[in-house]
Design a binder for this molecule. Structure first.
Ligand SMILES: [Zn+2]
Length: 304
């Protein structure tokens, strides 16, 4: 039951007076880095985390910080603070805004300097669309354009993709996966060796320090869901399989539609057998749903 899971945090802008929950103050950023360094957490980039997972390294006390979009405050405010703690981060660019020199965004010159100093650079789309609202062809077009422009400026960028607005679906993952071996989701899910890198979750950090400490205690519950038909009554069900070594005796399963005012479709405890299998008396397709499976501080969260 030991921990051993890594956590990825999402950040955007660092400002003196935050107005949105995607903004935090320099002091709030400093307090989490200070905590990590004081308590012997290893702060890594996403490519380093991928390498650790592939090498089977223990992920206990490993954290990664990511910045979306590419605002000036990353270079002017966050970078000096990370430097002070000798910690790297990962920057995921809204490529079109950088390319078109939109005020408030980083310049390619600044990005190159960050890259030279150990900051990993990935992609946050070209046009910053709500990806699941696009057709498969338009999604591919956006991916190609983002990669083409990135390759022109930064030949060594990493093949990492973070969803704009953290709005992802299972079907759009399947379109993006051939282009990006690592896909970051706003699914609030820890990372361990069982987490598929195309399903890695992140936690939005809004400056709430107790929440940050709480997140560090969460573990990943590796669940695979599949639909199956009961041979006798011909009904369809969802079957869950817990693939890790740790098999909880039961799990709480919640299936919901929507985030702000969710419609709860299913919410109950289900028994898990000794092989880690559980069955949901729920037959509807999951497309458009969010599924949370938990036991104590073990979580699996995914958007379909
Ligand atoms: Zn964004």
């Amino acid at each position: 039951m030991a921990g051993g899971d890594a956590h990825i945090f999402t950040l955007h802008r660092i400002v003196p007076n935050p107005h949105y929950n995607t903004e935090i103050t320099p002091a709030q950023l400093e307090s989490i880095l200070y905590y990590c360094v004081k308590n012997n957490y290893q702060i890594v980039t996403i490519p380093q985390l991928l390498e650790m997972v592939q090498r089977g390294v223990n992920l206990n006390k490993v954290v990664a910080f990511t910045f979306d979009d590419g605002y000036q405050s990353v270079y002017k405010v966050a970078y000096p603070i990370f430097k002070k703690y000798h910690a790297p981060f990962t920057l995921l660019l809204y490529v079109k805004a950088i390319e078109e020199k939109v005020p408030g965004y980083l310049t390619w010159k600044q990005i190159k300097e960050l890259q030279k100093n150990g900051i990993a650079i990935g992609i946050h789309s070209y046009t910053h669309p709500v990806i699941p609202h696009l057709s498969p062809a338009r999604i591919q077009q956006d991916m190609w354009k983002a990669k083409e422009v990135m390759a022109k400026h930064l030949p060594q960028f990493f093949q990492i993709f973070a969803y704009p607005y953290d709005y992802s679906t299972d079907w759009s993952d399947r379109i993006i996966a051939p282009y990006f071996p690592v896909i970051l989701h706003g699914s609030f899910t820890p990372i361990n060796k069982y987490s598929p890198p195309t399903k890695w979750g992140r936690y939005e950090y809004d400056g709430n320090f107790p929440y940050f400490l709480w997140v560090l205690k969460e573990n990943y519950l590796p669940v695979r869901l599949s639909r199956f038909q009961n041979k006798t009554n011909k009904k369809w069900y969802w079957k869950g399989q817990i693939v890790g070594k740790f098999k909880p005796p039961k799990v709480k399963v919640r299936i919901q539609k929507g985030v702000r005012r969710p419609i709860i479709l299913f919410n109950r405890w289900v028994k898990v057998d000794e092989n880690g299998t559980f069955y949901l008396p729920f037959s509807r397709p999951l497309r458009g749903s969010i599924v949370v499976v938990k036991y104590r501080n073990y979580y699996w969260r995914e958007r379909f």
